[in-house]
Write a protein that binds this ligand. Sequence first.
Ligand code: ADP
Ligand code: MG
Length: 237
Amino acid sequence: MLVVKNLAKILGGRQILHNINFCLKKGEIIALLGPNGAGKTTLMRCLVGFYDLDEGSVSLDDKTMADGRDEFLKNMAYVPEVGGIYPEMSVFEYLAFMAKLKNVDAKSFANNLKYLVSALELESVINQKCETLSKGYKKRTALAGAMMSYPKFLILDEPTEGLDPKQKQHLREFLKSYGKNNIVLISTHIMEEVEALADRVLMIKNGRLICDTTPDDMKKVSAQNSIENSFCTMMDV
Ligand code: ADP
Ligand code: MG
């Protein structure tokens, strides 16, 4: 279980996140929603130790960063909205590099590589340099790299942005399956994705958590039972 208590973050002298509290359970796929600038990326970066917290705590299965940074981070993976991969490495080199970085032993690397390359359909580009990949392949390579350690907590910032409809569907199915035994937190602006994928919705506005609900309950906010309309009503946009 991931527990976030009283989290606050200041950047550039401005308070970006205010008193954030929530718990995420194994087997949940959670959509983090909010308008641009709400603080979604900042929150994700706080969860994975990219930023130190100004207040509050993050714990995963009762362990915090204070219990040992490497151990704490081993169970988490974060895939940023863009980048995350090294342009000059081939896909294979990048995946091997990520496995090393996460202390994945040789046997697990061989197994994980086989599974992830097949599940994320990277076979045809395995020896290609990352800089020459299309956007869809870049995103899936970054995801495969992040997943080399089979993290209990997977955090994805706008994972299907820029993918074609078939790639979107494929990635959603993959995440749905991974989310059965882990915690998957995604940020997205695509309401259809929330309905297709998420068990739970967290909404942030101006750096504050304003709602913790389910897609079905969220829909009830609009007279038309539309998640898109509910989002606009709740965000007042
Ligand atoms: P979202 O991902 O929801 O679009 P962000 O977390 O990227 O929002 O940004 C939240 C707010 O924090 C924005 O107002 C943004 O300008 C500000 N912000 C983000 N990063 C920094 C930074 N490094 N320094 C100062 N302000 C930042
Ligand atoms: Mg963002």
